[in-house]
Design a protein around this ligand. Structure first.
Ligand code: MEV
Length: 317
């Protein structure tokens, strides 16, 4: 028996990094997915296969995840260990992870993988509710990235366009905007945890400035929620540019990212970093009239694709 589940990547429209300190963010899942396929195997092992590598652990060493060599595999072993323990079995499992989402560039590939693997592994026993999948996926991600806000795993599980904050979790933004984004990849890979740590240092060293920037972010997010409800793309675009400026001030942009935003700004409604920054991707908000020009221009200097909002989130297939 095979248990298959898939979960979407995400983009953050507003509020990355500030969300770690309790500010509301706006994000959506996108139409690029990670699929996890799990099945029992005869050996008493957990075997994980992905395009990034393969890793195997004996069932009886699962309690010591410090030994996992490839850091990105640790959450998957954690998920397997919880499922095995919770279902009182000692059966080996093979998990195959297949991805349409480029890793390490701010599109939520780690969270989508944790959501898909949680649903797929537990599906071998019984299907978990989306709420339970989300909780386990967040715990799994925290085994390698303690300060993780949980925003990415939440939107990957439930899909759609949402606001998210640490206190209230996520809330749907009640509008069915058919927004089009161009995602443009700087090809500078980052480690989210490192960039989050760098921002924490910035915050400690610039307390007053950081507070001021948090207040500006709160305004941007509130205005963005109104603009989304009104489908005011021009306003949303200019808020994205403002948000990019805040991200520059906290030190998470790069020359390459700024040049992509500058290029996108010429034709789109607006553009900004999405996700942790320190490289990664930018998003540009486009419509049917400026999509082609923006895509043509950005393609000259980066890899790009068009993304739409995914409204389904986690899927069992
Ligand atoms: C990463 O996609 C988003 C950050 O805000 C970190 C987090 O929310 O956990 C940088």
């Amino acid at each position: 028996m095979k248990s298959v589940a898939s979960a979407p990547g995400k983009i953050i429209l507003f509020g990355e990094h500030f969300v770690v300190y309790g500010i509301k963010a706006i994000l959506c899942s996108i139409d690029k997915r990670i699929t996890a396929t799990s099945q029992f195997v005869d050996d008493k092992i957990i075997r994980i296969k992905s395009s990034l590598g393969e890793s195997v652990m004996d069932l009886n060493s699962l309690n010591n995840l410090e030994n996992v060599q490839q850091k990105f595999m640790k959450p998957f072993f954690y998920i397997a260990q919880k499922a095995i323990e919770g279902n009182f079995v000692d059966q080996g499992i093979e998990i195959v992870v297949e991805s349409e989402i480029p890793p390490g560039v701010g599109l939520g590939s780690s969270s989508a993988a944790c959501v898909a693997v949680t649903a797929s592994v537990n599906g071998l026993f019984h299907k978990l509710s989306k709420d339970d999948v989300m909780k386990i996926a967040i715990q799994a991600e925290r085994t390698v990235f303690e300060q993780n806000s949980g925003a990415d795993s939440s939107v990957s599980t439930f899909g759609g366009l949402v606001s998210y904050d640490l206190k209230n979790g996520f809330q749907d933004i009640p509008s069915r905007n058919d927004l089009d984004f161009i995602i443009s990849n700087s090809a500078q890979v980052h480690d989210t945890q490192d960039v989050v740590r760098q921002v924490r240092n910035f915050k400690e060293e610039n307390k007053d400035l950081f507070n001021k920037l948090c207040n500006e972010e709160i305004d941007i997010v509130n205005n963005a929620i109104t603009s989304l409800k009104e489908n005011n793309l021009n306003k949303l675009g200019s808020l994205m540019l403002k948000n990019h400026d805040l991200l520059k001030q906290i030190g998470v942009s790069t020359e390459k990212i700024d040049s992509l935003v500058k290029e996108a700004k010429k034709t789109s409604h607006g553009a900004k970093i999405t996700g942790a920054g320190g490289g990664g991707c930018i998003i540009s908000l486009v419509d049917d009239f400026n999509k082609k020009d923006t895509l043509d221009n950005l393609r000259k200097i980066s890899d790009c694709f068009i993304a739409k909002i995914d409204y389904s989130g986690l899927r069992y297939t």
